[in-house]
Design a protein around this ligand. Structure first.
Ligand SMILES: [Zn+2]
Length: 387
């Protein structure tokens, strides 16, 4: 009868721990259990008891202290001897044998920061205790005739403390690896703003992208709402001049500077004083922006930018063709180790082009940021590996 009930307890125990430990194994490999002695949960055991691979373990020293077992460590043989009255059990950590009288069975232990945790059931049963378990907690309890509470009552009585203990002994979930910071690309839009600009702004906002708009003074004057929106959305409002006419803009250094100044004056008037000092000259800075022009621009405090990816959107007049061509160049620039600096215009097909090139940039870890005056200007006279 006795051996049958022991067998049943063992079977129950094995099934229980299988259920208990299986899910925990997936994340931590061990799970917290609460060891109880009669009507008391042993919160002071250290390290905390835990279940690993279907076996629940308790720290041999603090557990033995609680139960009044004498613990002797025999270094020569690697044995731990637990004694209580006439009862002696020996745990051999070298041969991994659990020895009681003439019987010797395998046992396993775990070592946490030089504290030995030993199988709870084996030890308790060896000293004649009953072992029972509750899913609630979970609680592993050794008991004798002095136990008054049911397992449920034991749990309910200690519920708050159990949950507080679990919280205190649960390591914080591992932090997900920090995403590598997005590398920057620069989307730039020339010649606006115009009736196509709002759609571009919508797209940029929806995709959390910042860009640079190289605006023309007359278009800014005609579209103050769009200029304000660019400003409020955090884009850089840069200037592209007034006339967009080679013969006028490049007629003299002072004419070129004057157009930029006039453009920025308009922008400032609309934004209430805010403007960048970033410029792009019509048709790009080569060959027109010769030494004397560049000197004049520098002296006026302007930072001149060209591009390293020309979409040729005005020439293709087809979103599909422009997108394919632009992505090809973007890929080449990225391959060379530089940040794509993309020239686009505020056109009817611009959003369609963005819908192709932005996912391409994103897939390679790039996001569009605005050009600011703190970035070294990249232009055809000052080519470097823009990062
Ligand atoms: Zn232009």
């Amino acid at each position: 009868m006795k051996s049958r009930s022991l067998a049943l307890v063992t079977l129950f125990f094995a099934l229980f721990l299988f259920v208990l430990v299986k899910p925990a194994k997936a994340d931590h490999g061990s799970s917290l259990i609460f060891a109880a002695h009669n009507d008391k949960i042993l919160f002071d055991l250290s390290p905390a008891p835990r279940a690993v691979n279907g076996v629940s373990y308790v720290p041999v020293r603090s557990f033995s202290k609680h139960f009044g077992f004498q613990v002797d460590w025999i270094a020569a043989t690697g044995e731990i001897r637990l004694t209580k009255g006439a009862q002696v059990i020996t745990l051999n950590t070298k041969t991994k044998q659990f020895i009681q009288g003439n019987s010797s069975v395998p046992f396993s232990y775990i070592n946490i920061n030089n504290s030995l945790l030993v199988p709870y059931r084996q030890i308790s049963e060896a000293f004649g205790y009953n072992v029972s378990f509750s899913y609630k907690g979970p609680i592993a309890r050794v008991s004798d005739a002095n136990a008054k509470l049911t397992l449920d009552q034991l749990y309910e009585t200690n519920k708050t403390q159990i949950e507080a203990y679990r919280k205190a002994h649960t390591p914080p979930p591992p932090k997900p690896p920090a995403p590598s910071p997005a590398r920057r690309a620069f989307l730039t839009f020339d010649d606006g703003p115009n009736k196509h600009t709002a759609g571009i702004l919508d797209y940029l906002k929806a995709n959390n992208l910042k860009a640079t708009f190289f605006v023309l003074k007359p278009n800014a004057d005609n579209n103050p709402v769009l200029i304000k929106r660019m400003f409020n959305d955090g884009h850089t409002i840069a200037c592209h001049g007034v006339t967009h006419d080679k013969s006028k803009f490049y007629s003299s250094p002072s004419a070129a500077v004057g157009e930029m100044k006039s453009c920025f004056d308009s922008v400032k008037k609309i934004t209430g004083g805010a403007a960048s000092n970033v410029i792009r000259t019509p048709y790009g800075s080569k060959p027109y922006m010769t030494d004397s022009y560049r000197t004049a621009m520098n002296q006026a405090g302007y930072k001149m930018w060209d591009w390293n990816v020309d979409s040729l959107d005005w020439s293709y007049n087809s979103a599909t063709k422009t997108s394919a061509y632009t992505n090809e160049q973007i890929n080449a620039v990225i391959k060379s180790g530089a940040a794509p600096l993309v020239l686009l215009h505020d056109r009817i097909d611009t959003v369609a082009i963005l819908k192709s090139i932005v996912p391409n940039l994103k897939s390679k870890g790039y996001t569009s940021l605005p050009i600011t005056s703190s970035i070294q200007p990249y232009n055809f006279w000052n080519k470097y590996v823009l990062k």
